[in-house]
Ligand binder design. Structure first.
Ligand code: SAH
Length: 216
């Protein structure tokens, strides 16, 4: 599928965190059929089952260090959403924004809230069933709280370019960087980080806020 995220760094760590993040699922020719999507328009969300293709050949590890535990505490891979898993399968609940039946490569499934890299191979799409899949008394162990978003500042050096971007790209950049994508283990307030998304290269620094200092 195609998404707004051209590299792994900067992608939100779960779907839905950045509602503006878009994905465009083009079906392989064999499955390119309006029939195969009949009835899907009534569903607000779908499960996307995909390959962590960029990290798959790095194998797996029985324990991993989730960023939300600061990157120095280990939990079991099956108690995590880590990409380093035995079969390299990813699972994301995404918003259905529409289906484009008119595109020559259509039907194309238009998705929102994705946490998926551009070019990711997708194995399957399944509709989300709210009556069965939204338990009210759920607990989420060490990940019970949603991650905290930081405020975003656009430095004067980046302002003009940023404002000229399409509104959706501006939202994607703001939402994605607000979750501080820096690796938990080596964070630095002086360092300038660069990330590619929405066809741009965004340079930023993080202290109490995330400051976008350059964009091209
Ligand atoms: N919701 C999914 C993904 C959680 S991990 C699941 O639980 O299975 C989210 C991270 O996966 C993102 O931050 C991004 O860095 C990484 N990612 C997304 N697509 C990827 C891909 N094709 N290959 C490797 N890593 C990917």
């Amino acid at each position: 599928m195609n998404t707004c995220y051209e590299e792994k760094f900067g992608i939100p760590r779960q779907p839905g965190l950045c509602p503006s993040a878009w994905g465009r699922l083009v079906f392989a020719e064999k499955y390119r059929s309006a029939e195969a999507l009949r009835g899907l328009e009534g569903f607000s969300h779908v499960w996307i089952l995909f390959a962590f293709h960029q990290t798959q050949d790095q194998g797996w590890s029985p324990t991993v260090r989730p960023p939300r535990l600061g990157g120095n505490e280990r939990v079991g891979v099956f108690a995590s959403r880590s990409t380093f898993r035995p079969n390299g399968l990813g699972l994301s609940l995404c918003r259905v924004e529409g289906i484009n039946f008119e595109d020559p490569e259509g039907p194309i499934l238009l998705l929102g809230g994705v946490d998926i890299l551009d070019g990711t191979p997708v194995y399957d799409v399944k509709p989300y069933l709210s009556y069965a899949e939204a338990p009210t008394a759920a607990t989420s162990g060490y990940a019970n709280e949603a991650p905290q978003a930081k405020a975003i500042e656009i430095a004067p050096t980046a302002e003009a370019f940023f404002q000229a971007l399409p509104q959706r790209s501006q939202s994607i950049i703001r939402e994605s960087l607000s979750f501080d994508p820096r690796p938990a283990s080596h964070q630095s307030v002086d360092r300038i980080y660069g990330v590619k998304m929405c066809g741009c290269e965004v340079k930023f620094q993080v202290d109490e806020v995330v400051r976008i200092i350059g964009i091209s």
